[in-house]
Design a protein around this ligand. Structure first.
Ligand code: PXG
Length: 459
């Protein structure tokens, strides 16, 4: 097969990239000197770079390629849809078959009550939309005073101004002209770091009750919603204690506060359930969707709105929000093909019953003897490994992040994509990964973590 773009040498690609391309979340000075890795093709769970290295992708791209790379059926659907109707908008009393079919299908795979969907192009826009939906809901009930949204420190909700304001990343807030007002952050449920002598269950309740304290401080009449990732992804695959979400839900219901689940990473099978909140046993009012919605083949985001929220909004008249590409026909057509494949090929079921449990067990066994791995958190096909100076006391490394970067360098050299967030190493492979590919992934991850321990004189 000929490539879309003529072949160049790695040096040539890197020079052109350095000359003209500004990368996200990067120090361009040092990146341009070192040169980026040029990824040229992919198949299944593997990537190839411009030097011909075959790399196992333990991160499904950026937590998104749930269906795996190289699906011809998705490409064919996009091609056909582009020829038939490459674009039309969904403003001004119009619609089209792809967006209708997608909405019907999402209503089938989503939990009962999620029957309405608003479309955008990314998770960030999804959370901007969530904020708009929340405010429109309270306005439609005649309670416009409910304006505050409570989120969490170390949450990731995107990089638009609203997404980053909802998120709890201080280093992003520092670079914004001013954050969106009326957003408050409580602590994250990160037991390993902050749990002290409490049991995880006690700590989970304590963290959840910070929400109650914040609501009481602000006044329940002024609070619109709580937003959270069921498990924090970019923040380090932090799985909250089991006690956390039921208590959050109780508090939201008691004080009449909407519960918004950011399912951008957790959605579409990552934990073995269709949506991660189902794993944690709570019932949100809205869900932000992106990434796995199209498996990253084309950009798309959405907000799923429970009917108890959607109905008053629909009854209230104009909702003054929309994007040129809301419900884009090509993205919607790809999303339909992707979701049908995840469902009809039993991919999500396999994560729940087979590959997920196998991955979790293999990873824990392979790392049990590594002195710097303090915890393996996760479920299904997502895991966070805490690097620690002392396992027994859960003491973390003084320069949080240095050890993670050291490990990531070993991964790079060993053709493994494993992400580092501070001193946690993260894995989130494509959901189509086979057991033998899991063996390879776990073996490589364990090897790189062993090299890291040895470098620190701990093996
Ligand atoms: N919510 C969550 C939970 C996310 O993980 C977004 C919203 C924003 O989605 P968009 O499509 O606007 O990027 C995300 C995105 C990382 C990393 O380093 C994670 C994300 C994006 C970029 C980097 O782990 N998640």
């Amino acid at each position: 097969m000929t490539t879309v773009f003529a072949d160049r040498s790695t040096r040539e690609w890197q020079a052109l990239d350095a000359a003209h391309h500004i990368h996200p979340f990067s120090d361009m000075g040092s990146l341009n000197k070192a040169g980026s890795r040029v990824i040229t093709k992919a198949q299944g769970v593997y990537l190839w770079d411009s030097d011909g290295n075959k790399i196992i992708d333990g991160m499904a791209g950026l937590w998104c390629v749930n269906i795996g790379y190289g699906r011809k059926d998705l490409a064919e659907v996009a091609y056909k849809q582009m020829l038939e109707l490459p674009y039309y908008n969904t403003f001004f009393k119009t619609t089209h078959p792809p967006v209708i079919e997608l909405s019907k299908l999402l209503a089938e795979v989503a939990p009962a009550g999620f029957e309405h969907f608003f479309y955008c192009n990314s998770g960030s826009e999804g959370n901007d939309t969530t904020l708009r939906v929340v405010h429109q809901y309270w306005a439609s009930l005649g309670k416009p005073g409910k304006k505050h949204v409570i989120s969490r420190k170390n949450a990731y909700h995107g990089s638009t101004i609203a997404g980053a304001s909802l998120g709890g990343m201080g280093y992003m807030h520092e670079q914004m002209p001013s954050p969106v007002p009326n957003i408050e952050h409580i602590d994250q449920p990160y037991w390993f770091a902050d749990g002290g002598a409490l049991t995880p269950a006690e700590f989970g309740l304590q963290c959840a009750r910070q929400l109650e304290a914040k609501i009481l401080e602000l006044g329940a009449d002024n609070v619109a919603a709580f937003i959270g990732e069921p498990f924090q992804g970019a923040g380090g695959v932090i799985f909250p204690p089991e006690s956390y979400w039921p208590e959050i839900q109780r508090i939201c219901r008691q004080y009449d506060i909407l519960l918004c689940a950011d399912e951008v990473i957790g959605g579409f099978g990552r934990t073995g359930e269709w949506f991660a909140h189902q794993h944690f046993g709570f019932e949100p009012d809205t869900m932000t969707l992106a990434k796995g919605l199209t498996s990253g083949y084309v950009p798309m985001g959405a907000v799923a709105i429970h009917k108890r929220i959607a109905e008053p909004i629909i009854a209230a008249g104009d909702f003054n929000h929309g994007l040129t590409y809301s419900g884009h026909p090509v993205a919607a057509a790809v999303a339909v093909a992707n979701i049908k494949a995840l469902r009809d090929e039993g991919i999500v079921d396999r994560v729940k019953n087979e590959t997920g449990p196998y991955f979790q067990k293999s990873l824990r066994e392979a790392l049990s003897g590594n002195a710097i791995v303090g915890e393996v958190a996760g479920h299904g096909l997502v895991a966070g490994m805490q690097l620690t100076e002392d396992r027994a006391s859960r003491k973390r490394f003084a320069n949080g992040g240095d050890v993670g970067l050291l490990c990531r360098d070993f991964c790079f050299k060993n053709n493994l994509i494993m992400r580092a967030t501070g001193d946690r190493m993260l894995l989130s492979p494509p959901l189509v990964i086979s057991k033998s590919e899991i063996d390879e992934l776990v073996e490589k991850a364990a090897h790189c973590l062993a090299l890291t321990a040895r470098e620190l004189g701990r093996a």
